[in-house]
Design a protein around this ligand. Structure first.
Ligand code: GLU
Ligand code: ZN
Length: 300
């Protein structure tokens, strides 16, 4: 199989060890199996993303030694400063692509206008503690006028979405039962994570999606969306373990643990951070300095 993969951070904060764990997997696996790595800046959520965080993450990637094959960090910087440069992939530049996907789904009558607020959904959805709220399909048959809201949902068919995960084995998910009809665009006109990722992974010919298991639940949804959008060959999936602190706490990307920035400023060498991230995610039996060149051996 082909092994093109991607590193897809959202510039909503500084990089931290959880991102380093993901990058170790992405680059290590790509290098071990002859794949290449595309860097994609996932800034679809304009309210939370900041150019300052994008600059910082490009700089931290350089410092850590993660060099993308497609979308060099310099090409992102150049593109931002007005120098035309081929192919840096930033979701805020891809909005036409998401609009085209919505139009294609709408042409097949698979979408509808949703006028529900977050509070409406929380109130309506049968809510099991700890589970995400499921959209109950309130607006599905309502035929709201286009002008009533920018929010659009796509019909998610009942049924089970099976897939093989390279680490977790055979999986099955039921997006219709888990989350219900998916939001494609929200009421502020912003494209959602699920759609942006499914569309871009298809547009970029991503063969293997390597990400933390905190995103496992998104897989069935992205598979369904990709199928609706006509993707013929589904990507492979590799959901890796999250970083576990010595005290047993899991660190997801949403946690605000010490940033790479702060660790750098405090004098930590890149190899020490790589080794620490590899150890805390179970890739090394003990923490030690780890160089970028050693990553493929962790996965062979
Ligand atoms: N942009 C997402 C994040 O930073 C990752 C998307 C993905 O790997 O599917 O959490
Ligand atoms: Zn609704």
């Amino acid at each position: 199989m082909a092994w093109r993969t991607r590193f897809a951070p959202a510039p909503t904060g500084y990089l931290h060890l959880g991102h380093v764990v993901n990058a170790i997997h992405v680059w290590g696996i790509a290098r071990a199996f002859g794949g290449d790595v595309l860097l994609r800046i996932e800034d679809h959520d304009r309210t939370r993303c900041r150019a300052e965080y994008e600059d910082a993450l490009l700089d931290d990637l350089d410092w850590l030694g993660f060099v993308p094959d497609i979308g060099r960090t310099d090409s992102f910087r150049a593109a931002r400063h007005g120098t035309p440069h081929p192919h840096p992939q930033r979701q805020s530049d891809n909005e036409d692509r998401y609009a085209a996907a919505l139009a294609a789904l709408s042409a097949r009558d698979l979408t509808y206008v949703c006028t529900c607020t977050r509070r409406d959904i929380a109130r309506l959805a049968p809510h099991v503690p700890g589970e995400e709220p499921r959209y109950p399909g309130t607006c599905r048959g309502a035929r709201h006028a286009e002008a009533e809201s920018l929010a659009r949902r796509v019909h998610i068919a009942d049924g089970v979405e099976p897939f093989e995960d390279r680490r977790l084995g055979h999986m099955q998910q039921s997006p219709a039962a888990q989350c219900g009809d998916l939001l494609v665009r929200d009421r502020h006109g912003q494209w959602t994570y699920q759609v942006a990722v499914a569309v871009d992974d298809m547009a970029h010919n991503i063969d293997v999606v390597i990400r933390g298991e905190d995103l496992l639940d998104s897989t069935g949804r992205q598979l369904q969306l990709a199928a609706l959008l006509g993707r013929e060959q589904s990507p492979q999936w590799w959901h890796h373990a999250l970083l576990v602190h010595p005290d047993g706490r899991k660190l997801s990307k949403a946690n605000h643990d010490t940033s790479i920035r702060e660790r750098r400023a405090a004098g930590a060498p890149a190899a020490a951070l790589l080794g620490e991230a590899a150890f805390l995610s179970g890739l090394l039996p003990a923490a030690r300095d780890l160089s970028i060149d050693e990553l493929p051996a962790l996965f062979r």
